[in-house]
Ligand binder design. Structure first.
Ligand code: ZN
Length: 446
């Protein structure tokens, strides 16, 4: 396939914008990028897609999300409103996840996958919990991901909050799913990957952490999202959260630590030294009123701070805007962060993270990368150059501009028509499963 007559934003090493550009891909892999005339001349027999001057760029990557949170939309929470993040966990998330059955897990994943295709997010790193439907939960999600055609990294969040049997089941689910991914490459064609999920230091005992590190050398865990996590760790171990996790071997160049809002300078140094990925979710942090992570010093240390959405909409363009605004308001200084640093996180650092899980690069238009591409119906009203591109993305582009979405060469949405998923059917099923899940959730307050 040749997509031609496009403004190609490569995000490659040379950060090119190719006017009237084209990309050729075959078997899911990009094999030529250049001006339309040369690419068309090189492949005269190939199928052609005239982009009509739209922008062609790499699909977005989300470094941390929760498909299981989809049914929280519009949910009535009985009793007084939770006053802080620990109460939000107790009253909302730890009950909602227990209210999910396997069909609900599958349905809430489908809702998020539709949203991701629509908003051009082609790689998603999910962190799953459904404490009364653990066995097989990652299969239910994986099946939905495969049908969607998207790319995803899945894991189950191991926790002691519901007792030792549920903790053991969480470990089992991670291990079993990883083996399935390894053994079934032909089925998922390298679009699925597994990591090992841990909830957070504050719900994990030393014994459980010990068992987990025996099973994996890469992890996906929430870290210091609220000061409660730090105080719990100091109480349990005399160490701060990152030190405690590091002592178990949970830090490392393929591990993701989500949030890190309340880490101190020493914890930051440990994360930098171990090349651990940090994922930042500003919309979630603002919604939970947990504070603003110290992004600037982490980036200055060369740390790979990535961008996730924590279950908010899969419009990563929206997350990027908020990332910039939060730092400015938190520091009372409009010079903080800036669009270039946001792109560093959302594009370049997220891509570094994705490389840990997939065989070929994603998040870049270059020869040899997977053809994970989006077309945007965005017509710049001021000059667009490689230098000012980040500001166009922050102040001009949103998920609603996404016109077509392609993953590994397969078109999942063309001209805003979904080709792999039936949105109306998924929404109808989701309303039914959400109602049933809500009733089980409300029953926990009786
Ligand atoms: Zn999260």
């Amino acid at each position: 396939m040749i997509i031609h007559h496009a403004t190609v934003i490569t995000f490659d090493q040379n950060n090119r914008i190719i006017e009237n550009g084209a990309v050729h891909y075959a078997d899911g892999i990009i094999d030529m990028v250049g001006d339309s005339a040369s690419v068309l001349a090189a492949y005269p027999e190939d199928e052609r897609w005239d982009a009509g001057g739209l922008i062609l760029m790499p699909g977005q990557i989300c470094a941390h999300t929760h498909f299981y949170g989809a049914f929280a939309r519009g949910l009535y929470i009985p009793g007084p409103p939770p006053k802080d993040f620990p109460e939000i966990l107790q009253v909302l998330w730890w009950r909602l996840d227990k209210a999910l059955d396997l069909e609900g897990v599958r349905s809430s994943a489908e809702v998020c996958l539709v949203d991701a295709i629509r908003n051009g997010t082609t790689t998603l790193i999910d962190h799953h919990a459904s404490q009364r439907a653990i066995d097989g939960s990652l299969d239910a999600i994986a099946e939905a991901v495969q049908r969607s055609g998207l790319r995803a990294v899945l894991c189950y969040e191991v926790t002691d909050r519901d007792g030792p049997d549920a903790a053991q089941a969480g470990i089992r689910e991670n291990v079993r799913f990883r083996r399935w991914v390894e053994a079934n490459h032909a089925t998922h064609q390298g679009r699925l990957a597994a990591t090992f999920g841990l909830h957070a230091s504050l719900t994990l005992s030393d014994e459980t952490l010990e068992r987990c590190v025996g099973e994996s050398n890469r992890f996906h865990i929430h870290v210091a999202e609220h000061p409660a996590d730090e105080y719990d760790s100091l109480h349990k171990s005399g160490q701060r959260v990152v030190e405690r996790l590091h002592a178990f071997g949970i830090t490392g160049p393929e591990s993701i630590m989500a949030h890190c809002v309340h880490i101190d300078a020493w914890e930051m140094a440990l994360l930098a030294e171990t090349h651990t990925f940090v994922s930042h979710q500003p919309r979630s942090n603002m919604n939970n009123a947990v504070g603003a992570a110290e992004i600037t010093p982490m980036l200055r240390k060369g740390m790979a701070v990535c961008l996730g959405n924590d279950g908010f909409s899969n419009d990563m363009f929206a997350e990027m805007k908020v990332a910039d605004l939060l730092q400015k308001v938190a520091h009372g200084d409009p010079r903080y962060l800036g669009a270039d640093k946001v792109i560093q996180m959302a594009v370049f650092n997220n891509r570094r993270l994705a490389v840990a899980f997939f065989e070929r690069p994603v998040g870049v238009i270059e020869t040899g990368a997977y053809a994970d591409l989006i077309l945007l119906d965005y017509h710049p009203t001021t000059p667009l150059t490689p230098d000012n591109l980040p500001w166009h993305i922050l102040f001009g582009i949103s998920g609603t501009h996404v016109h077509s979405t392609i993953v590994q060469g397969r078109t999942l949405m063309r001209d805003r028509q979904l080709l792999t998923l039936d949105e109306a059917e998924i929404a109808a099923r989701s309303r039914r499963h959400a109602q049933a899940t809500w009733e089980r959730y409300w029953a926990m307050f009786a």
